[in-house]
Design a protein around this ligand. Sequence first.
Ligand code: ATP
Ligand code: MG
Ligand code: MG
Length: 354
Amino acid sequence: GATIGILGGGQLGRMLSVAASRLGFRTHVFEPSTNPPASHVADQITCATYEDADALRAFAGTVDVITYEFENIPTSALDLLEDLKPIRPGREALRVSQDRLTEKTFLQDLGLQTAPFADVPDAAGLEQALQDISAPSILKTRRFGYDGKGQARIMQESDAPAALSDMEGAPAILEGFVSFSHEVSVIAARGLSGEVSCFDPGENVHRDGILHTTTVPARLNQSQRMDAVLLASKILNALEYVGVMGVELFVTPQGLIVNEIAPRVHNSGHWTQNGCTVDQFEQHIRAIVGWPLGNGQRHADVIMENLIGDDMDRVPALVKQADCAVHLYGKSEAKPGRKMGHVNRIQPSKRPNR
Ligand code: ATP
Ligand code: MG
Ligand code: MG
């Protein structure tokens, strides 16, 4: 059997590894930190930095295909690896999604709606940007932001200096505040031969900037549901994407607005583990090894809730509940804001959507 190389050994790398094992593949995880969640399930783990060219070469030598659980892999490491083994999803998806300015420009060029945005290279740039995009708006670092980190809201112009200092000198973009009724995401997959399959859109609620729950079915009418799936397919096709992608959307009366894309399995797709025959992790593995995509049709209503920090105290009670499937990441220390696991609460579907 083939060996799948996974860059990143967090919970997403761990669940990808489990899915790969279940299909008979071996996994080799590359991760700079010691004892990451994936280390307990992967067949092999290399603990080295992305600057360690020898370690990267050795890693590539043991695998047949390389994938990743996060989008911020240094370019130098990608340059080295791509000469040795196929990287799926490919470089274009990483290039586009590593930088919010590139990402939003790409989406706009595809004819999709985004929040109004402007480049903020420096302090003077913010003044100009605020003239184009007035408050309320959100200043975001172009790179490395996640879980709402690296963002500052500008409710009125007097908030600008504080917002700018929050960026700590990093290049940023200013986004107009979208007044959405709710947030949804589409977990979409594209196979090696170009077929696309989307999971049913999920409705996302954030708490303190971190995903709190994903509920399926989402509140969407038939035409919004169709739009969501079509726009996700458009993005994957444009990138000649191979693998699973998370597409985050704002629902507004003017249509669906794309917030951001993540070129990997996505937290808002964890419900698929108990709501579909083939979940997002298996779908991703199938895609990158060139298998046909599996049946991702939803057979249950699901509420996925993240277990963050102290939520771990609820696990003994949750595992007694018949409708709960508990997933834990094997992290030793429960720190505030740290994703420790999630629970999928399932109900047989009352209204199949397709
Ligand atoms: P993630 O953990 O999903 O990667 P992130 O740190 O990359 O998050 P975003 O997804 O850009 O950040 O923003 C986090 C949340 O902030 C969004 O889900 C949404 O609730 C809110 N938000 C972001 N941008 C806007 C906007 N332009 N208008 C209104 N709300 C926004
Ligand atoms: Mg993000
Ligand atoms: Mg987001």
